[in-house]
Design a protein around this ligand. Structure first.
Ligand SMILES: Cc1ncc(COP(=O)(O)O)c(C=O)c1O
Length: 431
């Protein structure tokens, strides 16, 4: 496999960007080798700068639920851009996208568009603090909410601990406002809300945690969270940046039938353009400026080109059977790869929900918490990933990342992936 052009582009990039990339996980550090530089994407496929073709299960880390360059999305983007790409003033397209979302998502009444998932999470946290008049927040170990200062925090030791920063540059004073608890641990949550009674503004969770493996939660645990928040006057924040419009149009809230107080979105909502959003009841959203005292703004918020892309993509998602078809393709992939792993007695599991899947190399089921992932198993991901690349299949370059199936993946594509994954498993378990 010749990837020399990608390699020389990466050498150049290292002189321009820290680590040669504009977002760390792209650097291929955990799988070795150098990142591939992509030149083109169409449907379920991408082509690198050396003209190698790959079946893509990264899908830009989730936004591309229709695959690459879907004709409706491309048309919407180009027609809108031709009329001017930004005004810094309201446009009809913002109304249209908001109406499409709000009339089909019954857990929210008002929405505010921003430009990334990070911005959405940051703004949702500020809103929760402004609304409750409380400062502390609870997050879960293994959930990622973007690179927001107060959320770049990992657990200390003990049951319900104040966090310690997981990045240089985050003041300890910020980390002190964040309590980090393990997922699926009612005892730790009860201890935290008792210890910090009337101080906690919000409990933030990825209801479908998909940033450190796919840590599928028990519906009972999520329902308990809802009750706990109601009991304690705490807002429940569902970070649906990945799960939103992915496991169904109404995301995890709809999937589990749980009403969160605040939701944040990203990825799919922008049709591959930079969009995020946070949303809640009209009553809570009335606290956002200029209606209320919680300040939040953005030069490119509600950008027309991005709104048009989001409209085109989400309109497709609303087609009857859209999500069922995606789920069936995912189930088919998982069932077949798992059957092979079982036949070969490999300690391997594939977890999935909707069109999200994760390959896990430690054979234990279920895995609901980050500390239940066996790191030695994850080391098998590097040879698995390499073997897949050599067979024309692209997964995100980290064993902790999930894969995504898009509408553009055909049954034949999935069969191709199954064959490649079987061979890649043999390679991974030969090490
Ligand atoms: C659950 C979740 N929240 C927030 C973010 C941050 O989104 P962005 O990368 O668009 O800033 C991500 C990114 O992957 C995410 O998965």
């Amino acid at each position: 496999m010749n990837t020399s052009t990608s390699q020389s582009l990466f050498e150049k990039a290292k002189t321009l960007f820290p680590g040669g990339v504009n977002s760390p996980v792209r650097a291929f550090k955990s799988v070795g080798g150098h990142p591939l530089f992509f030149a083109k994407g169409e449907g379920a496929y991408v082509w690198d700068e050396d003209q190698n073709k790959y079946l893509d299960f990264c899908c830009s880390w989730g936004p591309l639920i229709l695959g690459h360059a879907h004709p409706h999305v491309v048309k919407a983007i180009s027609e809108t851009a031709a009329k001017g790409s930004s005004f810094g003033a309201p446009t009809r397209l913002e109304n249209q996208l908001a109406e499409l979302i709000l009339s089909n998502h019954h857990y929210i009444e008002k929405i505010r568009f921003v430009s990334s998932g990070t911005e959405a999470a940051m703004s949702a946290i500020r809103l929760a603090r402004g609304y409750t008049g409380r400062d502390k927040i609870i997050k879960f170990e293994g959930c990622y909410h973007g690179h927001v200062d107060s959320l770049l925090v990992k657990a200390g030791s003990g049951l319900a601990t104040l966090g310690t920063s997981s990045s240089a540059g985050v003041p300890q004073a910020y980390a002190n406002e964040t309590i980090v608890v393990p997922l699926n641990d009612i005892e730790a949550l009860e201890a935290a809300v008792t210890q910090y009674k009337n101080q906690i503004a919000v409990i933030a969770i990825e209801p479908i945690p998909a940033n450190n493996g796919l840590l599928l939660q028990d519906g009972e645990f999520l329902r308990y969270l809802r009750q706990l928040c109601t009991r304690e006057g705490i807002l429940l924040l569902f970070d649906e940046v990945i799960s939103g419009f992915r496991v169904g149009f109404e995301g995890a809230a709809g999937y589990y039938g749980i009403q969160p107080d605040v939701l944040c979105f990203g990825k799919i909502i922008g049709g591959g353009m930079p969009v995020g959003a946070y949303a809640s009841s009209a009553e809570v959203m009335a606290h956002v400026a200029p209606e209320g005292p919680v300040y939040q703004a953005g030069t490119l918020s509600g950008n027309p080109v991005a709104m048009a892309a989001g409209l085109a993509q989400l309109s497709e998602c609303l087609r009857p059977g859209f999500y069922e078809e995606l789920r069936e393709k995912t189930d088919y992939l998982v069932r077949n790869v798992m059957a092979y792993a079982q036949e070969k007695a490999y300690a391997f599991q594939m977890f999935s929900i909707g069109s999200i899947f994760w390959v896990s190399f430690d054979g234990v089921k279920p895995i609901r918490r980050m500390d239940e992932i066996d790191e030695r198993g994850v080391q098998r991901f590097a040879p698995f990933h390499r073997a897949l690349l050599e067979r024309g299949v692209y997964l995100g370059p980290s064993g902790y990342e999930v894969g995504f199936i898009s509408q553009a993946h055909t049954n034949a594509d999935i069969d191709f992936a199954i064959a490649a994954m079987k061979e890649a498993l043999d390679v991974a378990y030969a090490h």
